[in-house]
Ligand binder design. Sequence first.
Ligand code: ATP
Length: 352
Amino acid sequence: MTTSSSLALRISDLHCSYAGVDILTGLDLDLGKNEILCLLGPSGCGKTTTLKLIAGLLPPTQGSIEINGQVVDNSELNVAPEKRNVGMIFQDYALFPHLTVTDNVLFSQYKQTKAKQKETLDNVLKLVNLTEFADRYPHQLSGGQQQRVAIARALANSPELLLLDEPFSNIDSQVRHHLIEEMRALLKSHNMSAIFVTHSKEEAFAFADRLAVFHQGKIEQLGTPSELYNRPATRFVADFLGKVNYLDAVVLDEYSVSTALGVISGKQKLTVTVGAHKLLAIRPQQLKLALTEQGSATITQQQFLGMTTHCTITLAEEPAIELSVSMQQPMVIGDVVSVTVDSHDLVLFDRD
Ligand SMILES: Nc1ncnc2c1ncn2[C@@H]1O[C@H](COP(=O)(O)OP(=O)(O)OP(=O)(O)O)[C@@H](O)[C@H]1O
């Protein structure tokens, strides 16, 4: 069992409501030291609320929060935000427009000596590569540079836990990928733990060690990006993380199911009854097409996306079945193709 002292954060049975409306209804969550966790979920499901509760900006109605083994919230205790040793970075960076980079970074360091302030400033600006921008004002910086000032300000307090609310959403997509890599390397090299909120699955996959998918005030599934993408526990998680095809399937034996695409076998033993009627989930890139006049499907739509091409194929079944396929090379609408399924762990759901 994991003891709470080996964790950066432990949330137990957390409840929160606004004006009598329940937002979180019994949230449990552990974060390891030096781990990066992403909260994902539909708009309004309570992701930002969870960050605010951890930061102490909002009191829970029930439950407890421990940060690095210290209780900061329970039925008797509500530690003030500035005593939690947590840094928070907001979507709009919340920089003071009338203060330079230096003054923004040192804003909460006024109790330190001048020498200590200088040391902190030099260290954090070096970390985020902004040393030569120390005298600039926020409006003289790019979005990515402003974000790095916000990171530097959060790091100046040496927080044990960093909370990031959509930190990359205002950054141009050209530089976002690079920033995510840089930020991840920075957190990892400084042994920091972080929780971040995003709307973007691509950001979540690239930045996080583990993802928590929220649904109806609780975590529906928690795991590594590939676990959740390839082995979703529910249809909600499967659909939330990307396009899925669902095919009616009858379980033939411990490894195989029968579908409109023929018999499909998985690598792992199934835990369902032989003969059961299920839905088989298949990601678009798990289907492979080959041009052949004897094929069972026709290309009916196609969208060229650069690295990949998304197409819709129609199976000659009654009623017709449409499937989404992701391919490396485009084909031609009207092409007749055969369809095979890449070997993978089969994901089956109940039909209802
Ligand atoms: N101060 C408030 N008073 C009343 N309701 C609020 C308040 N703050 C948030 N809410 C409501 O609580 C719910 C959760 O809000 P929260 O900001 O945590 O969602 P979120 O998952 O971060 O959403 P988004 O992805 O859109 O940012 C929403 O329905 C929101 O309208």
